[in-house]
Design a protein around this ligand. Structure first.
Ligand SMILES: Cc1ncc(C[n+]2csc(CCOP(=O)(O)OP(=O)(O)O)c2C)c(N)n1
Ligand SMILES: [Mg+2]
Length: 394
């Protein structure tokens, strides 16, 4: 049976779940020593550019990289489907936004990032949390509101963080200037690191996005603005909300690249390119990742009132990211059907086990009600509770 690990810098990191989390799984991101064994040719339509060169269509990967990518996507798919079931069973409450169909984005990106790079995203964040070091049990714990959830069970679906993930943010677009600030810090501190700032097609027309573009270009910050274009912002199609859906060109004075976000290897290649771009001191880049969400916007949206079932079926049949990689694995004789089935089985078993572990955990203690609100030493004198008589003093 092949191990499940999360892709890291084309490295080999096997993750072991822990039942406690806030701790995130510890990984070493060592293995650039792994020899690429496969030279995979990408589809010639994988990239579109705006004032920059086209990335190479030949991806160099090792067998281990391919296994990690496949396992990670299969794990995220299973995690999201399990969350869907737990929500319908009323065990998860409140907001819950799933990324089924979009797995190649978080996995492909992570495979070309370093552990020192930063990533900040909006509320559709479970996949990124997992790829950036969050254990499955801690993610489920958070969704279920358990004490050992990644935010102590007090944040829920939209507010997950790891040392390498600056959230999980619920206010559409608000993470974009924060991401520019992270990139500013990296430049100011003289670090050769990149911040990947993710926002949706629905956020792409906000003023604060363009203000962030302006400052990032003015100061040549190492920021990659990643427009995760899943073709809808809630129930509004990109065409209805955006005067131009060429999101990769919307940075105007910032060069841009559009990538097929249903192909994990293309996303890997585009992210590698973006990372090399910022490392070379070329300033910001806009990276549009074209993807598709299979489910509704959130659990309260069936997702079929503003688009047809046929549309969803067509995307699934033609460009599902997991099936696509499976075909490549077979075509390049990297793995056999049996070995791929084993990966699927392992992903299922791991997710199911960790979801069960999370379910068995207790809820946070009421003494935690007023904690984790302010940074220690910066508290206000008191915090109001749910009613006037409930007051918490620091
Ligand atoms: C400032 C603000 N306005 C409105 C909302 C309500 N809202 C939540 S998600 C969303 C659509 C965002 O779509 P997109 O950026 O494409 O992200 P996706 O859900 O597709 O990942 C809206 C309008 C919000 N959370 N914050
Ligand atoms: Mg969207």
């Amino acid at each position: 049976m092949l191990p499940i690990s999360r892709v890291r810098s084309l490295s080999t990191v096997t993750t072991r779940a822990t039942t406690t989390l806030q701790q995130t799984a510890t990984r070493s991101f060592a293995s650039s020593a792994v020899v690429p064994q496969f030279h995979i040719k990408l589809n010639p339509d994988s990239f579109h550019t705006y004032n920059c060169e086209t990335p190479s269509l030949e991806v160099e990967v090792s067998k281990k990289d391919l296994i990690d990518m496949y396992s990670s996507m299969a794990t995220i798919r299973r995690m999201e489907m399990t969350a869907d079931g737990l929500y319908k069973a009323k065990l998860i409450r409140g907001f819950c936004h799933l990324s089924t169909g979009q797995e190649a984005v978080s996995v492909g990106m992570e495979s070309a990032m370093t552990s020192n790079d930063k990533l900040i995203t909006a509320y559709r964040s479970h996949g990124f949390t997992y790829m950036r070091g969050g254990s499955l049990v801690s993610i489920f714990g958070e969704l279920l509101g358990r004490k050992n959830g990644i935010s102590k069970g007090k944040g829920g679906s939209m507010y997950m963080f790891t040392p390498r993930l600056q959230g999980g943010n619920g206010i559409v677009g608000a993470q974009v200037p924060v991401g520019a600030g992270l990139a500013f810090a990296q430049k100011y501190l003289g670090r050769k690191e990149t911040t990947f700032v993710i926002y949706g097609d629905g956020a792409a027309n906000q003023g604060q996005v363009f203000e962030s573009f302006n400052m990032a270009k003015l100061w040549e910050l190492p920021a990659v603005f990643v427009c995760e274009n899943n073709r809808y912002g809630m129930g509004t199609s990109a065409e209805r909300s955006s005067a131009s859906v060429d999101y990769f060109k919307r940075g105007d004075y910032i060069p841009g690249l559009r990538v097929d976000g249903m192909d994990v290897l293309a996303v890997h290649q585009a992210t590698k390119y973006a990372k090399e771009w910022t490392d070379a001191g070329r300033g910001p880049l806009v990276l549009e990742v074209e993807t598709y969400r299979y489910g509704g916007h959130s659990m309260s949206d069936p997702g079929t009132t503003y688009r047809t079932r046929e549309e969803i079926q067509k995307v699934r049949a033609k460009s599902d990211p997991i099936t696509g990689l499976k075909h490549s694995l077979l075509e390049y004789k990297a793995l056999t059907e049996e070995e791929i089935k084993d990966l699927d089985k392992t992903a299922r078993a791991t997710v199911d086990k960790e979801a069960e572990e999370a379910k068995a955990e207790p809820e946070p203690d009421m003494s935690e009600f007023s904690t984790s609100v302010y940074v220690k030493g910066h508290e206000v004198p008191f915090l109001r509770g749910r009613e006037p008589s409930e007051v918490y003093r620091f």
